[in-house]
Design a protein around this ligand. Structure first.
Ligand SMILES: O=C(O)CCC(=O)C(=O)O
Length: 250
C-alpha cells in the first residue's frame, strides 16, 4: 500500500501523512459508524464512553472519547483488522501487526487539547515493545479546531519523557512541533515515540478522529489484557465509583 518514500518518512520523522486513504463512499461509512457509537446510549459492558468539561460552556459536559468498540461493532472491526489500514500498518512495521487499542477522540466544540507527550509514556512498554497508531480523520482537522502537531525526528530517541507525565520543557528543548492538517479520509501513521500535542477545539464544529493502535503480532496479542488493566484504573464514566477521583494523565 505505502511506497518506499512513505515508509522512509515514517521511520525518519516518526509519522507519515497519507492523504485520501479512503474514498468518498468509505468516508461516508466511517462517519456512519462513528455517529452510531456517538448516539448510542451509555451502557455498562458496551463501548467505553468518556466525557469532559467544556472549555467554552460552563457546567456543560461533552463527549471526549469512545474506546474499546471493535469487539462489539462489526463495521469498525472489519475496518480495523481487514482494511487498507492494516496493509499500511504492516508496511510500516515491516511485518504483520495486530490491533492493540481502538479509540475515537471527539474533540467537540469546547473539547480540550492534549499536552505534548509520547504515547509510550502511558505505560505501553508493559505489553509490547513497539506500537504504531493509524489516525484516520473523520472530520477535517485544522489549526483552529486542534489538529495534531508532531515534532519530527524525535521518535528516534525512544522514550524521552517520564511515564504518566506530559513532556517537560527540558524534554522538549530541541523540538519543533508542526501542525498536520487533515481532510476526511486522510490518515497519519505515527510511532509510539513520536512526540505530539494538540490545541483545544474552540470552533463550533466537532473534530472527530479515529486512533487505531497496533503492535507486531510476533510480540503477542495484548488487547484484552490492556483493556482489563485499564478498566481497573480508568474505567468508562458509566462504571465509575462516585467517591473516587479519576485523573487523565497522558
Ligand atoms: O486527538 C488529539 O487531539 C490528540 C490525541 C492524543 O494525542 C492522544 O489521544 O494521545
Amino acid at each position: 500500500m505505502l511506497n518506499d518514500d512513505q515508509i522512509k518518512k515514517f521511520k525518519t520523522d516518526g509519522f507519515v501523512l497519507v492523504p485520501g486513504l479512503f474514498n468518498n463512499s468509505e468516508i461516508k461509512e466511517i462517519l456512519e459508524y462513528t455517529e452510531e457509537l456517538q448516539n448510542s446510549p451509555e451502557i455498562s459492558g458496551k463501548e467505553w464512553k468518556y466525557f469532559e468539561k467544556s472549555e467554552i460552556e460552563e457546567n456543560k459536559k461533552v463527549l471526549a472519547r469512545i474506546e474499546n468498540f471493535c469487539k462489539s461493532h462489526k463495521g469498525f472491526h472489519e475496518l480495523c483488522t481487514k482494511s487498507r489500514i492494516m496493509e499500511c500498518v504492516n508496511d510500516c512495521l515491516g511485518e504483520e501487526g495486530v490491533l492493540f487499542k481502538d479509540k475515537i477522540n471527539f474533540k467537540m466544540p469546547g473539547g480540550s487539547g492534549f499536552s505534548p507527550h509520547q504515547d509510550s509514556q502511558a505505560g505501553w512498554d508493559d505489553y509490547a515493545k513497539f506500537y504504531l497508531t493509524a489516525m484516520v480523520s473523520v472530520d477535517e482537522s485544522t489549526v483552529q479546531n486542534g489538529c495534531l502537531e508532531f515534532a519530527p525526528g524525535h521518535n528516534k530517541s525512544g522514550l524521552i519523557g517520564k511515564l504518566w507525565k506530559p513532556l517537560s520543557d527540558e524534554d522538549m528543548k530541541n523540538m519543533k512541533f508542526i501542525p498536520i492538517e487533515t481532510k476526511p479520509g486522510d490518515a497519519v501513521f505515527f510511532d509510539c515515540y513520536a512526540p505530539h500535542r494538540s490545541e483545544p477545539n474552540l470552533t463550533s464544529k466537532s473534530r472527530r478522529i479515529l486512533y487505531l493502535t497496533y503492535n507486531k503480532l510476533a510480540d503477542g496479542n495484548f488487547r484484552e489484557k490492556y483493556y482489563n488493566d485499564k478498566y481497573k484504573n480508568y474505567p468508562p464514566d458509566i462504571d465509575r465509583d462516585p467517591n473516587k477521583d479519576y485523573k487523565f494523565k497522558v
